[in-house]
Design a protein around this ligand. Structure first.
Ligand code: NAG
Length: 918
């Protein structure tokens, strides 16, 4: 080879390595490179001519008004700006939700309609709307409407402002336009010589409809912290200030679904999903704000001095600035007053977590890629050989024929049904990947069909949009169109998806959508969807509709009887109704381990209860101790899956020596033993919208020490978990909240609440505790999969509090079907009070015709905190005496007798009974 050639090769190699070694900041726009963001962000408060509200009246139980702003004085040599005229609609819903819509007046001959995001709000939302019949005008400049729950909404006329406050002129809770930053670029015709095109790198966005952005300021009064607006990688749970004194990093939080290669562990840049919902909290109050808008959004959290004022602002107020490229204002204010009230209010709009099948709550084993059927069989056997349970084996893109989804590589996977049957025989399941990019190749029948039917998203010139993704040249079905979603759903039938069986479920990746050669690795904004909607208007919801269509496909496949499991990388508000999400392509380092907790907690706060991070980290090779710590933490994520990039070394849990195998086995056992508790929490999430993995402050809303703790978390209201995020860490400072004590899950020893503890760190577990006053149901026999544990007996772990009382719940159903919706489930409450433990049903009567029964028994009752010397109990019915003996906390626990144990009480889980301590 000649030397210039070698030089060229070297150059190529170095550029390739840099391509694969770091996040490429230049590929993504900053606020300054985004005209609508720059425009809104550089405006100072009250600098626009004031906006006023007039013609306020009631119509169909809603308030309507006209918003008006005279144009600002034109700058010398520039075109005069048009005046603003908008229609406002304000309505009130049950349980403390106010809705504000602001849109153009289309009677004014504007041709294009702005996009309103369909199918995100619950279809029965309107049934919960309250009919307003009366307005008050305490003074000539404002109009007041009454919300339920002791709150009222005030419209200030001039300048226009909305303030939600406590009734009778009480303290403000949340307000809009207090700083006069509301701006709405109305659609208009292009002026002579005006250039609407936007360029970024090599891409040009035609912007045929011109500027159409919206900006508004929202203030959370009485707030100390704000949370939410995923998805960002963050080392902190509360949202940091993006402007104001002392803020150096000056980018707003960006909501724009993007496939970001090797995302940083702490950054406001947008990644795979977007939920424009923010919550505020302080010991006194909580509130929420949700803006239903699927265009790119940028959000500033403003600190003291952001507005140029020298002093400190109103004590306990957080101002925020919301900027969106397009769409309308369709915003919801939630008044709490408690943080769980805010979550319920948000769930009343976008729905709760879909109840998963029980297997999906267990451990998932994934890798890009399990190569072939032999590899699958080997991994499956490895788990059995090493006595490690797992429930689901995953196949990434390489299992397909040339990246055509719904197909199998015939050489590598010649007998997919047989492969799935072998797993199913052990109660295990399989998940395969199905992405939205469709290979543009005539051998792809799906592509031929989609082309023929005109089902693809169109480019600005009206042709099928052609982008580059895994299969090469690809097109994307237009998931906004309900007809196309129906068509897509049919592809999951057993006849259409050849080689699939009832134990196969689905994973949607790359649905941001990811387009390798598109601007910012996604679709151009001027691409056209169903109904003439531009991609810029719905971008953040594309993945949502894809996830929805896939979940509906599995639902159809099972005749409406089999709960779907679909994991999605992209998401939007409401995605919780369709399945699980994960935090995408993280990296195998300690920082990403640590960021996973605030990320999963934030997802839970914004409705996405079923989420987790890739255990081990997707990119790179984790050190063994990192991998072990990740299993120990991941065992508590609501979604517990290990995954790895195909350039990484194999990392199944038995590849790191006997000791490490034992440590990872034990971590997975922790999850399997807690499956009854997790499943009960999923039930709660699916009913109420309260997440499974919770920030400490959700359970201890008055304890300020917890408000920005993103290192520890609660699982339900009973368990506390602290991650270990440093290599070789010997001790850790742990804050245990509340007034009651905590029982260490490993040692059974009690620790005081309301204080910091310096704890020794052990290799075999991360610090985890059960709160005094709770009862946790467990299963302690380990089998190959959760399915095989269905009939295993339960253990009840009772942690008594200072009044020698405790309480807990257990939910059981068939783990698979929708019969629970017709009453086929068991829901028990356990309560320990006055020396008596009782089990009673908390299932409402007359729920439906279907029954679920279980002969499963309780094999152990473990009581922590009972005075020493307790020896006997009597069980009713039957007046049977039972022995109480000192013993270890868990079946396989050490010898140290920290608890009182009733062995084999011979009780059925579904019966009413009592156990009285003598
Ligand atoms: C003890 O636990 C019971 C049951 O959870 C609860 O009702 C009671 O308030 C708790 N007592 C104290 C002092 O926290």
């Amino acid at each position: 080879m000649s030397s210039p050639f070698i030089l060229l090769l070297l150059l190529l190699l170095t550029s390739l390595t840099s391509l694969t070694s770091a996040w490429k900041r230049d590929e993504f726009r900053t606020c300054n490179q985004t005209p609508f963001c720059k425009r809104a962000r550089t405006r100072s408060p009250h600098s626009l001519p004031p906006l006023s509200a007039s013609q306020i009246s009631l119509s169909d139980g809603k308030i309507t008004a006209v918003l008006h702003r005279s144009p600002p004085e034109p700058e010398p040599d520039s075109q005069p700006e048009p005046e603003t005229r908008l229609l406002l609609e304000l309505s009130v819903y049950q349980n403390g939700v106010l809705r504000l819509k602001i849109d153009e007046d289309y009677s004014d001959s504007v041709s294009k309609r702005r996009f309103q995001v369909p199918d995100v709000l619950l279809p029965d939302l309107d049934d919960r709307r309250l009919f307003l019949s009366r307005l008050a005008s305490p003074d000539p400049g404002s109009t007041v409407a009454f919300l339920s729950d002791g709150h009222e909404a005030v419209i200030r006329h001039d300048p226009f402002q909305i303030v939600v406050r406590r009734s009778g002129g009480g303290d403000p809770v949340i307000s809009l336009n207090s700083h006069g930053l509301f701006d709405f670029e109305q659609l208009r015709t292009k002026k002579e010589g005006e250039d609407w095109e936007e360029r970024f790198r090599s891409h040009t966005d035609a912007r045929p409809h011109g500027p159409q952005s919206i900006a508004l300021d929202v203030s959370f009064h009485g707030a100390e912290f704000v949370y939410g607006i995923p998805e960002h990688a963050s080392a902190s749970l509360a949202l940091g200030r993006t402007r104001g004194r002392g803020v150096e990093e000056s980018e707003p939080y960006r909501l724009f679904n993007l496939d970001v290669f090797e995302y940083l562990h702490d950054s406001p840049f947008g990644i795979y999903g977007s939920i424009p919902f923010m919550l505020s909290h302080s010991a006194e109050a909580s509130s929420g704000f949700f803006w239903l808008n699927a265009a790119e959004m940028q959000i500033d959290v403003l600190g003291d001095g952001w507005d140029g004022a020298a002093g400190v602002g109103e004590a306990k107020r957080i101002d925020t600035l919301w900027m969106s490229e397009a769409g309308i204002v369709d915003a919801f204010f939630m008044v709490g007053p408690g943080p769980k009230d805010v979550l319920r209010q948000y769930a009343s709009l976008t729905g709760t977590q879909a109840m998963p099948q029980e297997f999906a709550v267990a451990y998932h084993q994934c890798r890009w890629n399990y190569r072939d059927e032999e590899d699958v069989a080997g991994v499956d056997a490895g788990f059995d050989e090493h006595d490690i349970p797992y429930d689901v084996l995953w196949l990434d893109i390489e299992h397909t024929e040339g990246k055509k989804y719904f197909t199998w590589d015939k050489m590598l996977f010649p007998n997919p049904k047989e492969m799935q049957r072998k797993l199913a025989d052990k109660g295990r399941h399989m998940v395969t990947i199905v992405d939205p990019h469709m290979k543009r190749d005539d051998s792809n029948s799906l592509h031929r069909e989609a082309t023929e039917k005109g089902y693809y998203v169109k480019d600005a010139g009206g042709r099928d949009y052609d982008g580059w993704c895994w299969p090469g040249s690809s097109s994307y079905p237009d998931m906004l169109n309900p007809e196309i979603r129906e068509w897509w759903a049919e592809k999951f039938s057993f006849e259409n998806y050849v080689g699939s069986t009832p134990s196969l479920y689905i994973w949607n990746d790359m649905n941001e959508p990811s387009v390798f050669n598109g601007p910012e690795v996604t679709m151009p904004r001027d691409v056209i969807h169903y109904g003439g909607v531009e991609h810029r208007e719905l971008h953040n919801a594309y993945g949502y509709y894809f996830h929805m269509a896939t979940a509906n496909g599995l639902l159809k496949r099972g005749d409406g009887k089999d709960r779907p499991f679909v994991l999605s990388r992209a998401f939007f508000a409401g995605s919780q109704r369709y399945g699980a999400v994960w935090t995408g392509d993280n990296s195998a380092d300690w920082d990403h381990l640590k960021s996973s907790v605030p990320m999963v907690l934030t997802l839970g706060l914004t409705g996405m209860s079923f989420s987790g991070a890739d255990v081990g980290g997707f990119f790179g090779n984790p050190e063994t101790d990192l991998l072990v710590r990740w299993y120990q933490l991941g065992a508590y994520y609501p979604f517990f899956r290990a995954h790895a990039h195909h350039d990484t070394k194999r990392r199944e849990p038995w590849l790191f020596g006997e000791r490490n195998t034992a440590l990872m086995r034990e971590a997975i056992h922790v999850r399997y033993s807690l499956l009854p508790y997790y499943y009960t929490l999923f039930r709660e999430a699916s009913v109420s919208g309260i997440p499974i993995m919770r920030p400490l402050w959700l359970e201890f809303p008055d304890d300020k020490e917890t408000f920005n703790n993103g290192e520890a978390f609660m699982v339900g209201e009973s368990l506390f978990v602290q991650g270990i995020y440093e290599q070789g860490q010997k001790s850790v400072s742990v804050y245990l909240p509340g007034q009651e004590s905590w029982y260490n899950l490993k040692s059974g020893l009690a620790y005081a609440g309301g204080t910091y503890h310096k704890l020794e760190v052990f290799e075999d577990s991360i610090p985890s505790f059960q709160k005094a006053g709770t009862i946790v149901p467990r299963k302690e026999r380990f089998r190959r999969s959760s399915t095989q544990m269905a009939k295993d007996p339960y253990t009840l772990v009772i942690a008594l509090n200072s009044s020698l009382a405790a309480q807990g719940e257990l939910y059981i159903d068939d783990g698979k079907s929708y019969d629970f919706e017709h009453g086929a489930y068991i829901h028990r409450q356990f309560s320990f009070l006055n020396d008596k433990l009782s089990s009673s049903s908390i299932k409402p009567a007359n729920l439906g015709r279907k029954q679920f029964s279980s002969d499963t028994t309780i094999e152990r009752i473990v009581i922590l905190g009972l005075p020493a010397g307790t020896k006997r109990a009597v069980i009713e019915p039957g007046n049977r005496e039972a022995d109480i003996e000192p013993g270890p906390l868990t079946l396989r626990g050490g010898a140290s007798p920290v608890a009182h144990i009733v062995r084999k009480p011979n009780l059925r889980i579904s019966d009413d009974w009592t156990l009285r301590i003598l």
